[in-house]
Design a protein around this ligand. Structure first.
Ligand SMILES: Cc1cc2nc3c(=O)[nH]c(=O)nc-3n(C[C@H](O)[C@H](O)[C@H](O)COP(=O)(O)OP(=O)(O)OC[C@H]3O[C@@H](n4cnc5c(N)ncnc54)[C@H](O)[C@@H]3O)c2cc1C
Length: 422
């Protein structure tokens, strides 16, 4: 089978969903492919449970990313499936992943996005700096997809890698996490294990339970009887046998976390069970060689380039050791940093653009801008950039025209009603 489109997006996570919806709403014939049999990437399948990077820092955080994500937030709010809470110096949103996945399916159908699930990209053909065709395998047979422009929202720079274009890999391991969803705890005891308290106990007891990581957190979703646990570290290798082994090791670690919680917090968690294991949580694998590499200095100084397309104030959250997470926060409570278009556009292609966690940045810069708020914004920006490029080179897109389209995501500020009083 062959599919022809104007825009082809590979990867249906936070970035790819927003890219596909935005492209389709701009009137572009859009195909969205994902290797998984369900939509949502890590936004849905990994059971992260918390959207970070969507609000400013400070006493009254305001939202910094709008557009296609508005509909998602409003629908989750109507369903009582969103809960705003304070974390660090900002607000994060706890959300129900299942409803988020259903919203994605309905929104993509309404926008007439041609969605192909269970579609694994296995090669990409390039002619004269343009990606022209992707070969995709599905359990029902093979598929060729031709398009004018391609968004690599695979998180792993899958299009660039298969096309033989240069990609980067980390020099030292960046650790992933096996997330779990707990049930069966005492709701009235939530304050006992909320926030980072459990991690303090873990630090002293990890050897006893065979755990490598000594920090992390448990966030209970008030009234829903479930809590998200982020307390393991596992490697994210880019080789299939090692990747599978790492997945199983992550699950073993999660089981040990369960044992630790039951024994150390008998009043609140003596009876907890794992309701679900998330899909392997992958932070960093391969990423683009872009026209520009976003640097940690640009993040620290809040440099706003002329071609800025997304912003956030999330700290640098480096998972670069098995034991712990290194946080770097910003002293200025008004701090904001920006992602330039050039970090999305592949250096050696005219019609290939990344969105999400595989854009070009140094390891520390990516440790901030890969959270979901900026991923939503980058997806939208990628679709607008392709639209404006009109079949010419993405390297020649007029940045003031693009900024005009993205002005809400660059300068808008809104205090959401679900954040009132938080
Ligand atoms: C454990 C963990 C906890 C995190 N916690 C938070 C948090 O609390 N809040 C927050 O905001 N952020 C968090 N993050 C970061 C954030 O979730 C991710 O960086 C973000 O979701 C990435 O979105 P994405 O769209 O770029 O990629 P992904 O969500 O990774 O989506 C990529 C998609 O591409 C598909 N794909 C990959 N290769 C192929 C291929 N060859 N063919 C076809 N499809 C392919 C995959 O199946 C997947 O669906 C966390 C990350 C991890 C790993």
């Amino acid at each position: 089978m062959t599919l022809d489109a104007e825009v082809c997006v590979v990867g249906g996570g936070a970035a790819g969903i927003m890219a596909a919806l935005t492209a389709a709403n701009l009137g572009r014939k859009t195909v969205l492919l994902d290797a998984m049999p369900t939509i949502g990437g890590q936004l849905v399948g990994t059971l992260l449970g918390t959207i970070c990077g969507l609000y400013s820092n400070g006493p009254r955080p305001y939202r910094v990313t709008f557009g296609a994500v508005d509909d998602m937030l409003n629908e989750l709010h109507r369903a009582g499936a969103i809960h705003a809470r304070r974390a660090l110096d900002t607000i994060v949103l706890q959300y129900d992943e299942m409803l988020c996945g259903r919203w994605s399916e309905r929104a993509l159908s309404r926008a007439n996005v041609n969605l192909v699930l269970g579609a694994v990209l296995r090669s990409a053909r390039v002619e004269s700096r343009r990606v022209v065709e992707l070969d995709v395998s599905t359990r029902w047979g093979d598929l060729a997809v031709r398009a004018d422009g391609f968004v690599d929202a695979s998180g792993d720079a899958a299009i660039a890698w298969h096309a033989g274009l240069p990609v980067r890999e980390p020099h030292q391991p960046q650790w992933g996490t096996q997330m779990i969803l707990l049930e069966g705890f005492a709701e009235d005891a939530i304050p006992d294990f909320d926030g980072f308290h459990v991690a303090e106990v873990l630090k002293n007891k990890k050897a006893e339970y065979g755990l490598s990581r000594e920090d992390g957190f448990i966030f209970a979703f008030p009234g829903r009887g479930v809590a998200t646990v982020n307390m393991t570290h596992m490697p994210n290798p880019t080789e299939p046998i090692a990747a599978t082994r790492a997945t199983l090791e992550g699950r073993d670690q999660a089981d040990k976390v369960l044992e630790f919680l039951r024994r150390e917090f008998p009043r609140s968690m003596g009876q907890v069970r794992i309701r679900a294991y998330g899909l392997p949580g992958i932070r960093q694998t391969r990423w683009f060689v872009g026209a520009h590499q976003l640097t940690i200095d640009e993040v620290r100084t809040g440099h706003r380039p002329a071609d800025a397309v997304a912003r956030c104030s999330w700290p640098v959250e480096a998972h670069d050791s098995a034991e712990t997470v290194h946080w770097e926060t910003f002293e200025d409570r008004n701090h904001m940093h920006y992602v330039p278009l050039r970090s999305l556009v592949h250096r050696d292609s005219d019609n290939l653009i990344a969105a999400g966690r595989c854009i070009d940045g140094d390891v520390a810069a990516l440790a901030s801008v890969r959270v979901m708020g900026p991923c939503f914004a980058m997806g939208q920006a990628a679709a607008h950039a392709l639209d404006i490029s009109g079949g010419k080179s993405l390297h020649d897109v007029d940045s003031s025209r693009l900024a005009n389209r993205l002005r809400d995501n660059l300068d808008g500020a809104k205090i959401d009603r679900w954040c009132d009083g938080v």
